[in-house]
Write a protein that binds this ligand. Structure first.
Ligand SMILES: Nc1ncnc2c1ncn2[C@@H]1O[C@H](COP(=O)(O)OP(=O)(O)OP(=O)(O)O)[C@@H](O)[C@H]1O
Ligand SMILES: [Mg+2]
Length: 266
């Protein structure tokens, strides 16, 4: 991967980040590929941001399936549909829900944003998500986007709004292709496009293909294939909340530290 904006990080340090940098930062968890662990990572990183780093954090679910809300144990409020925030003069506060975790709020998704890319296209405002993010920056230190696996106006807008893009990659040639597509998409978002941080996910070092992927990309953070992570969907909690000493919880916390360090350098 020869792109200078794909950032190598070392993630072996313990979690030490505390307090606020005084500036909101937005983090997109994105891939064009489905089922790679975006939602799982988004929820767990949002928990790290609020609980380990004590940042006021908003997890913004942009996938109609509302997986983030499910994993956080937040049941949907039916009063205001998720697409209502995109209308002129809308109030995001009406849609945002609190979670069981101090400092962590959720902007949930629902069926109404299934055609959000077309709605955004129709609005003709290329930076609608960036503007909404800016508005939310008064209330939050960190905004984390759980992105759908799409390549359209919605993903283009998210790339314009994000300060850093995290790309989960299970070790497979198809994932490597997905990373190439993301790099192209992010480059297309403009001159000062955000850095991309690829993360090897669901890594199982018993498998030779997985060891080869790790050896080929020694600076990429790793999230192991772990039943504790799968259990998030059963517990409806982030792994750090119910299995804080598990290797997976530690790996996710280290990834969060690496992201915070990257943001501090910006
Ligand atoms: N590190 C991991 N170890 C084991 N299972 C994992 C890991 N990460 C994710 N999974 C599992 O992989 C499946 C897909 O995860 P997830 O829903 O987060 O992916 P996604 O990229 O958001 O999918 P979609 O593109 O459909 O939104 C889930 O069953 C989840 O529990
Ligand atoms: Mg998802």
């Amino acid at each position: 991967m020869g792109d200078a904006r794909v950032i190598p990080v070392c993630c072996n340090d313990p979690v030490t980040t505390r307090g606020s940098t005084g500036r909101m930062a937005s983090i997109a968890i994105y891939s064009v590929k489905g089922g790679v662990g975006k939602t799982t990572l988004a929820v767990n990183l949002a928990w790290c941001a609020s609980t380990l780093s004590r940042r006021k954090t908003l997890l913004w679910d942009l996938d109609a399936a509302n997986g983030s809300g499910f994993l956080l144990g937040v049941d949907p409020k039916r009063k205001h549909s998720a697409d209502s925030i995109f209308a002129d003069g809308s109030d995001t506060a009406k849609v945002i829900q609190s979670t069981a975790y101090p400092g962590l709020d959720l902007l949930p998704a629902d069926e109404s944003i299934r055609t959000l890319d077309r709605q955004l296209d129709r609005l003709g405002k290329k930076k609608r998500i960036a503007r909404l993010t800016e508005g939310l920056s008064k209330a939050y230190d960190r905004i984390i986007f759980d992105c759908p696996p799409v390549l359209n106006e919605l993903s283009a807008q998210i790339m314009r709004a994000a300060d850093v893009v995290i790309v989960p990659l299970p070790p497979s040639p198809l994932s490597a292709r997905a990373l190439d597509v993301v790099v192209e998409e992010v480059r297309g978002s403009g001159k000062g496009h955000p850095p991309i941080l690829p993360v090897l996910t669901m890594l199982d070092l018993r498998r030779s293909l997985h060891r080869e992927a790790r050896d080929a990309n020694p600076t990429w953070p790793i999230i192991p294939l772990a039943s504790a992570v799968e259990q998030c969907a059963v517990e409806r909690q982030p792994v750090g909340a119910f299995a804080p000493r598990s290797p997976a919880a530690r790996a996710i916390a280290q990834l969060w530290t690496a992201i915070e360090r990257k943001l501090a350098q910006k």
